[in-house]
Design a protein around this ligand. Structure first.
Ligand SMILES: NC(=O)c1ccc[n+]([C@@H]2O[C@H](COP(=O)([O-])OP(=O)(O)OC[C@H]3O[C@@H](n4cnc5c(N)ncnc54)[C@H](OP(=O)(O)O)[C@@H]3O)[C@@H](O)[C@H]2O)c1
Length: 308
């Protein structure tokens, strides 16, 4: 079985990816501050900002493929500590990608739709070739990371993504925030003028796995075939889970009181991905149905249980 090193394996994407692909790959996960228990895959504790972290991980894990999910992914935390954000999001991916290239290891880097400012995505959504315009520290540092990977490793795959799913904290994704608040009868606000092309994380992992199998390299937009507003997303979750959609107040992001600027219109173009894979991409309803089925199968409790 091939060996897959997954950084960020305590985070939302990493944990779901590891659980989903563990029948296919021997997973070696990397976490830092959150040491989870009873995981069904090996977890190495390593601060990626420590000296020679990349080299030590490669020697210890001997991977065939690396999926680099780790990042400082909290937008407001990046505003407060831009120095750490640039080191982990901007510089480390390039160092890691360079070492992977030297060792001949397949390298997948995870980036974000937030590299665009969301002002004008054009009629067909943002393409891989469109000019970027990051408008907060998180986005600036993630863009620096993409560029560093591209520069250091021409064989690497960089996937710009946006996703939701179940996390150990039960609050890492917007879908969970809607679900847990509405379940408790707490009112929520939903932005009617912020659009995104998000995927349920299992749909995202399936697409990433197919890209890995096909040895894809370069930059890909890995998103749903469809986009919707965050308000519509909240309402669809309420309806799918039998909760009260009336608890969600439609608002503009301008009234949202968020510390860092967000990009309002992140409708993403996925033509490159669709033609490379030769298939249709998941719709919003397909993703939501899968999210709901994972809920029925007990995935939220399973993942939360790893937090001890
Ligand atoms: N969530 C989204 O919708 C979204 C959207 C677009 C792009 N992305 C990208 O997707 C990737 C995964 O995001 P996520 O939502 O899964 O993030 P997350 O839940 O916040 O997890 C972040 C992961 O990074 C690890 N990490 C952070 N600093 C580290 C360090 N110095 N050393 C070692 N590990 C470190 C964390 O480990 P510990 O917690 O154990 O310290 C954790 O496992 C990121 O690259 C993010 O930029 C996410």
């Amino acid at each position: 079985m091939k060996r897959m090193l997954v950084t960020g394996a305590t985070g939302l994407l990493g944990i779901n990816l590891a659980l989903q692909l563990m029948e296919k790959y021997t997973i070696i996960g990397v976490g830092n501050r959150r040491m989870l228990t009873s995981l069904p895959y090996r977890l190495i504790q390593k601060d990626l900002l420590s000296a020679d972290a990349a080299g030590e991980l490669l020697r210890e894990a001997q991977p065939d493929v690396i999926v680099h999910c780790a990042a400082m992914a909290n937008i407001d935390a990046c505003e407060k500590d831009p120095e750490t954000a640039i080191r982990i999001n901007g510089a480390f991916p390039g160092e890691f990608a360079a070492q992977a290239a030297q060792a001949g290891i397949q390298f997948v880097h995870i980036s974000t739709d937030a590299v665009f400012d969301g002002i004008d995505c054009g009629a067909d959504g943002y393409k891989e070739t469109d000019a970027t315009a990051p408008n907060n520290v998180y986005a600036q540092t993630k863009l620096a990371g993409e560029r560093a990977v591209l520069e250091q490793n021409p064989h690497a795959l960089t996937a710009r993504v946006n996703f939701y799913g179940w996390s150990t904290s039960q609050s890492r994704s917007l879908a969970e925030i809607f679900y847990y608040n509405l379940s408790a009868g707490r009112p929520m606000k939903g932005f009617t003028d912020v659009f995104f092309s998000t995927l349920y994380v299992e749909n995202l992992v399936e697409l990433l796995d197919r890209l890995i199998e096909k040895n894809a390299s370069g930059l890909y937009h890995v998103f749903s075939a469809e986009s919707q507003s965050k308000y519509a997303f909240g309402v669809s979750i309420a309806e799918r889970f039998g909760l009260d959609a009336g608890l969600i107040t439609p608002v503009s992001w301008k009234e949202g009181g968020l510390a860092a600027r967000r990009s309002p219109n992140l409708i993403m173009n996925t033509d490159k991905l669709r033609s490379f894979l030769g298939t249709a991409l998941p719709t919003q309803v397909e993703c939501l149905d899968r999210f709901y089925r994972s809920f029925q199968a007990g995935l939220p409790e399973r993942i939360h249980g790893f937090a001890g």
